[in-house]
Design a protein around this ligand. Structure first.
Ligand code: UDP
Ligand code: MN
Length: 527
């Protein structure tokens, strides 16, 4: 078989992973989106082992690492995770880490509600996983911040590696992290976080970017300044990063303790990544992204859980960090959020004392030396270009252009209202050959773009809901469609085919349904 044909078959298999065959599949998919905000049907079908594409720069493949690296304890906290995603995380670590470097894996169950994360996980670990796995159960919900501290307290390896519970590590992921820490104990390192699509679970490469933040105290990705690139090590050199994204990093265990772990007054989720980043830099450490280490992470469009009493923990945690670390610059935060000036944030005296005891530098020093790109808001501030990881500036190549005919009725699929209306439905209407707004483009990303503008989209829907016209996001999944056998039009993340609800009705409604090759499901794109 030719290389191209092979690639096309692999692509086809990938695109069909989410196919819905019966009501059970449909239930599993819809429940998965509800509980986890990703496609659990595909996650379950993938199982616990799979190869992922080696996304490293070619230069990384020639690098070698010392044989006497320090050993690692991998700490994974989870709350209501999909069991298949959690076990794939664990197995990816076991499958792609040299056994002598993996001291243990510590799973911290943050008082999850789902039954399979209790008995079934326990049984699986006892039956199939070697003695290296410890499961710790929190008796009440702690949140990921105290959860990681609990995991770290049980760890005995020299280096701590934190991962989210829906990751897949890539080949040779750990050695470059350990090597950087071995050279300098006060160096904290992050892998490049590759993207696992929430809709298709497809694994794809991320560009090498670094961590920043804005005055709303939100993490953001920044392009790496040219001054940081092009050293003698080229594309394999560690990249100085002002902040970390938070979920995936490695650090010497004694250094983690010495530096004050985390702020245990922070709850559930949010802010701890900026807090530890500022603390590392201001108190004598360093933070790098290691381009030769890659770990995939499922990026979801929403977080599927809240906090126990519905508190806004991101704000609570950000307030604590602002009062401990930002000095006079907390004014920047409060000028954006004046409502928070008088909001209480609990007792921070221990953290203030920690800062004093460690002899940390000022936030001004951090801004001047570590993040000079940060703009102080004011009349002269220049807004920075936001980075979208998913799609570069390149437009995907057009494969076909024309009207989308429903063969049985010979009508056209068009926008119900204006074709430029975001969120609008599509319906079947008589074809109007004078109307360019009825023209679809089918491109190499498998998107269906109406009127050169909006994409046919199935995101955040139940599998039987109708598709909508949304801004093209370029990250595949919910906007990917394939034309298949018996003229079907298959939606990749819904795992179903587009059908006309009632071919006789003038309303022309369409919806998704299990692919059955019937005439209500037959479509043809023609110029
Ligand atoms: N987590 C936890 N307890 C919580 C909230 C989250 O143990 O109360 C875990 C979660 O299961 C995941 C990690 O912490 O493994 C990071 O959370 P999440 O993936 O939701 O954060 P995101 O990646 O969306 O920022
Ligand atoms: Mn996550």
């Amino acid at each position: 078989m030719g290389k191209r044909a092979k690639r096309d078959i692999i692509l086809l298999i990938l695109l069909c992973q989410g196919m819905i065959f019966n009501e059970r599949d449909q239930e599993l998919r819809d429940l998965g989106y509800q509980k986890h905000a990703f496609n659990m049907l595909i996650s379950n079908r993938l199982g616990y082992h799979r190869d992922v594409p080696d996304t490293r720069n070619a230069a990384c493949k020639d690098k070698s690492y010392p044989v006497d690296l320090p050993v690692a304890s991998v700490v994974i906290c989870f709350y209501n995770e999909a069991l298949s995603a959690l076990l794939r995380t664990v197995h990816s670590v076991l499958d792609r880490t040299p056994a002598q470097l993996l001291h243990e894996i510590i799973l911290v169950d943050d008082d999850s509600d789902f039954d399979d994360l209790k008995g079934e996980l326990e049984e699986y670990v006892q039956k199939y996983l070697p003695g290296k796995i410890k499961v710790i159960r929190n008796t009440k919900r702690e949140g990921l911040i105290r959860g990681r501290m609990i995991g770290a307290a049980h760890a005995t390896g020299e280096v701590l590696v934190f991962l989210d519970s829906h990751c897949e590590v890539n080949v040779m992921w750990l050695q470059p992290l350990l090597a950087a820490i071995q050279q300098d104990q006060r160096t904290v390192v992050c892998p490049v976080i590759d993207i696992i699509s929430a809709d298709t679970l497809a694994y794809s490469s991320s560009p090498v970017v670094r961590g920043g933040f804005n005055w709303g105290l939100h993490f953001k990705w920044d392009l790496v300044p040219l001054s940081e690139l092009g050293g003698p090590e080229g594309a394999t050199a560690p990249i100085k990063s002002p902040t970390m994204a938070g979920g995936l990093f490695a650090m010497n265990r004694h250094y983690f303790n010495e530096l004050g772990q985390y702020d245990s007054g922070m709850d559930i989720w949010g802010g701890e990544n900026l807090e530890i980043s500022f603390r590392i830099w201001m108190c004598g450490g360093r933070l790098f992204i290691i381009p030769c280490s890659r770990v995939g992470h499922i990026f979801r469009k929403r977080r599927p859980y809240g906090s126990p009493e519905g508190q806004d923990t991101m704000t609570h945690n950000s307030l604590r960090l602002a009062h401990v670390w930002l000095d006079e610059y907390k004014e920047q935060y409060f000028s954006l959020r004046p409502d928070l000036r008088t909001k209480s944030y609990g007792n921070i005296s221990e953290r203030v004392e920690l800062r004093r005891k460690l002899g940390c530098k000022s936030f001004k020093w951090y801004l001047d030396n570590i993040y000079p790109e940060m703009q102080i808001s004011g009349p002269n501030a220049k807004p920075q270009q936001p980075i979208f990881i998913n799609r570069g500036p390149k437009r995907p190549k057009v494969l076909q252009r024309g009207r989308l005919y429903h063969l049985q009725t010979n009508k056209c699929l068009v926008a119900q209202g204006r074709p430029s209306q975001k969120g609008g439905l599509v319906v079947l209407k008589a074809c109007d050959y004078s109307d360019p707004g009825q023209i679809w483009i089918y491109n190499e990303e498998h998107e269906l773009v109406l009127n050169n503008l909006l994409c046919l989209d199935m995101s955040e829907t139940r599998s039987s809901d109708p598709p909508r016209l949304m801004k093209c996001h370029g990250s595949g999944g919910s906007q990917q469609w394939t034309f298949g056998k018996s003229n079907r039009l298959y939606q990749v993340s819904a795992g179903q085919c587009l059908r006309v609800v009632d071919p006789l009705s003038h309303k022309g409604y369409v919806a998704m349904a299990i692919c059955d090759g019937s005439s209500s499901q037959q479509w043809h794109l023609e110029g």
